[in-house]
Design a protein around this ligand. Structure first.
Ligand SMILES: *[C@@H]1O[C@H](CO)[C@@H](O)[C@H](O)[C@H]1NC(C)=O
Ligand SMILES: *[C@@H]1O[C@H](CO)[C@@H](O)[C@H](O)[C@H]1NC(C)=O
Length: 504
C-alpha cells in the first residue's frame, strides 16, 4: 500500500525509491539531498517504516511543480473546514456550447460544491431567466454582459459586496479576467486567478498561424500590437495576489517573464471528469456500429479522432491538406483509415470532400463524446492556438487513448511528455504526414499500449478529483493567511504538505 502511494505520487521515481531505502543504510546525509532532488519527499512515506524521517515538509506556496502530483486526502467528507467561495466567470456553460474556460469552471465547482463548500458564482446571462440552480450550495449572481461579452465589473462587484456583507467570503477566485483588477488599490490577498491563455502564449500561436496562412489572406502579425499586450499583462497581473497556471509552461512564464514572485504562482493542471471519461470498449464498439462500421472493418482500420470547433486556428486546414496528400499518394492508407470528427464549423463540409471514410458527426454531448473517445485508436489535436491547456486531449488520456498534438509548450511540458503516450509534431503538413504514417505503421496494438500509459498519466494528473483537491487546498491555504487575525493563523497548516498526514 505504502509502495503504491509512492508510485502514484511520483511517475518515474520508483527505482529511485528503492535506491533511497538502500542508500539509507549507509548514510543519511546524501539521503536528505536525494529525497529533495527526486521530488520533494514523494517517497517520504516509504522510508518511514525503514527507520528515518528526514524529508522536510513542503511549503505548498513555493512548490514548483504541478499540485496535481501531490496526494491530498480528499476522501474526508465534509472537509475539516468549509469555505465560502466567490467565483467570477464571464459565462456559465449551457450544455455542450462551452469554451474550455467555462467547462473548467463547471467541472471544478461541481466538485467543490459536492464537497460541501458554499459557492457563489458571479456570471452573466443574456436572457433574463436565471440559471437554474444545480445544487443548493451553489448560488448564482447574474448580471447582463457588456457588449464585449465581459462581466459588468461595477454590477458584479456590487453584488459581491452585498453578499460579502451577510457573511465574509473566505476566498475569491476568478477565471481569467472575470474579475479585472486595474490598480493596486483593490489588492485582495485572498484572491486567486486562473489563467487560461496569456498574451505571451499568443506569440507562438501567431507564428504558427502566420506560417500556415493562405497567401491571399491578410497577415495579422504587424497590426495587433501583441507585444504591448504582453507588457500590459506583466503590469496588471501584479495586482492579483495568487496565480494558478494551468500548465507547467505558463507557471514558468508567469514567474520568469511576468516576474511574479514564486510563492504567488501555483501550477494546477486542468482536470476532466473521470467518471465520464473512462475506458469502455463495448461503448466504443456500439458507437462504431451505429455509424455503420462493423467489427471487421474497425479491426482492420486505424481510427483517428478529432473534436472541437472545426475552424482554421484549430489547425483543420493543416489536417485537411495532410490527409488529402496522403490519400492521393497512398491508396492503401486511404482504404485502411477512418477519421471521426466530432464538432462543427466551416471545415466540416470540406472534410466530407475527402471521401466516405471521413465522418463529420456534429457537436456531441459529454456522454456521446466519451463513447467517441472509446471508439477511436488515437486522438489528433493539430491546434495552432497555444493558449491554455485544452481539455480534449486530457479527455482522450483518461479514456485510455494516445494523443498526437502540435508541439505547443503546454502539451510537450505537461501532457504528452514522451512517445510512450503519443506524439507531438511541428505544425507543418510534412511533419503531420510523417506522424500519420508512423501511427499507421505502428498499428492498433501499439496505440492500445500507448493508451494504457496515457490513462495512467491521466488518472495521476488530469482527473477532476485531483484538480479539485488541489484547488481546495490552495483555497484553504490562502484563506488562512489573508489576515493577521490570530483566529485565522491556526489554519496555516493548510499551506504545509506532509505526506504522512495526507494519506489516510
Ligand atoms: C468582506 O467582509 C469582511 C468582513 O466584514 C471585510 O473584512 C472585507 O474587507 C470584505 N471584503 C471586501 C472585498 O470588501
Ligand atoms: C503506403 O505507405 C505504407 C507505409 O508507409 C507503405 O508501406 C506502402 O508501400 C505505401 N503504399 C503505396 C501504394 O505507396
Amino acid at each position: 500500500m505504502v509502495m503504491a502511494k509512492c508510485q502514484t505520487a511520483s511517475f518515474n521515481f520508483r527505482s529511485s525509491c528503492f535506491f533511497l531505502v538502500f542508500l539509507s543504510v549507509f548514510s543519511s546525509i546524501p539521503l536528505l539531498y536525494w529525497s529533495y532532488s527526486i521530488g520533494y519527499g514523494y517517497c517520504h512515506h516509504q522510508v518511514e517504516n525503514k527507520e528515518i524521517l528526514l524529508v522536510e515538509p513542503i511549503n505548498l506556496l513555493k512548490f514548483p511543480k504541478a499540485w496535481n502530483q501531490l496526494v491530498f486526502s480528499s476522501k474526508q467528507l465534509p472537509p475539516q473546514r468549509l469555505l465560502k467561495i466567490a467565483l467570477f466567470v464571464k459565462k456559465w456553460p449551457e450544455k455542450h456550447q462551452a469554451g474550455g474556460m467555462e467547462r473548467h469552471a463547471l467541472t471544478l465547482y461541481l466538485d467543490l460544491a459536492k464537497r460541501g463548500h458554499d459557492i457563489h458564482i458571479f456570471t452573466t446571462s443574456s436572457s433574463s431567466a436565471n440559471i437554474p440552480s444545480i445544487m443548493s450550495n451553489i448560488q448564482f449572481h447574474i448580471s447582463r454582459p457588456l457588449g464585449s461579452g465581459y462581466l459588468n465589473q461595477v454590477v458584479a462587484w456590487k453584488q459581491f459586496l452585498e453578499e460579502n456583507a451577510t457573511k465574509a467570503f473566505d476566498v475569491i477566485h476568478t477565471e481569467s479576467v472575470g474579475l479585472k483588477l486595474t490598480t493596486s488599490n483593490n489588492y485582495l490577498n485572498n484572491l486567486a486567478v486562473s489563467w487560461h491563455g496569456i498574451a505571451y502564449e499568443t506569440i507562438h500561436s501567431d507564428i504558427m498561424q502566420e506560417l500556415v496562412r493562405n497567401p491571399q489572406d491578410p497577415s495579422q502579425l504587424m497590426t495587433d500590437g501583441k507585444m504591448m499586450k504582453v507588457v500590459e499583462e506583466v503590469k496588471f497581473f501584479q495586482y492579483y495576489a495568487h496565480h494558478v497556471a494551468t500548465s507547467d509552461h505558463v507557471g514558468d512564464v508567469l514567474k520568469r517573464i511576468y516576474m511574479i514572485p514564486e510563492e504567488r504562482v501555483h501550477i494546477i493542471l486542468n482536470g476532466v471528469d473521470e467518471e465520464i471519461f473512462k475506458p469502455d470498449a463495448s461503448k466504443g464498439n456500439d458507437f462504431l456500429l451505429k455509424l455503420g462500421i462493423d467489427q471487421d472493418k474497425s479491426r482492420s482500420s486505424i481510427i483517428l479522432g478529432l473534436s472541437g470547433r472545426l475552424v482554421k486556428d484549430k489547425g483543420h486546414p493543416l489536417m485537411f491538406e495532410a490527409l488529402q496528400q496522403i490519400f492521393n499518394e497512398n491508396s492503401t492508407f486511404k482504404d485502411n483509415v477512418i477519421v471521426l470528427i466530432a464538432g462543427n464549423g466551416p471545415w466540416g463540409d470540406r472534410y466530407k470532400e475527402l471521401g466516405s471514410n471521413l465522418m463529420v458527426l456534429g457537436p456531441l454531448e459529454r456522454d456521446q463524446l466519451a463513447n467517441f473517445y472509446n471508439a477511436i485508436d488515437i486522438f489528433v489535436h493539430p491546434t495552432l492556438r497555444a493558449q491554455g491547456l485544452d481539455q480534449t486531449p486530457l479527455e482522450a488520456f483518461l479514456t485510455g487513448k494516445p494523443v498526437m498534438a502540435t508541439k505547443v509548450a503546454s502539451y510537450t511540458g505537461s501532457v504528452i511528455v514522451n512517445e510512450e503516450m503519443g506524439y507531438t509534431f511541428s505544425p507543418t503538413v510534412k511533419e503531420l504526414k510523417k506522424v500519420l504514417y508512423k501511427v499507421w505503421e505502428e498499428g492498433k496494438k501499439n496505440m492500445q499500449k500507448k493508451g494504457g500509459f496515457a490513462r495512467e498519466r491521466g488518472l495521476k494528473l488530469f482527473s477532476a478529483t485531483k484538480m479539485a483537491a488541489a484547488y481546495e487546498r490552495l483555497f484553504l491555504c490562502i484563506s488562512s493567511t489573508h489576515d493577521d487575525g490570530k483566529q485565522e493563523k491556526k489554519h496555516e497548516h493548510y499551506c504545509i504538505y506532509k505526506l504522512h498526514q495526507e494519506i489516510d
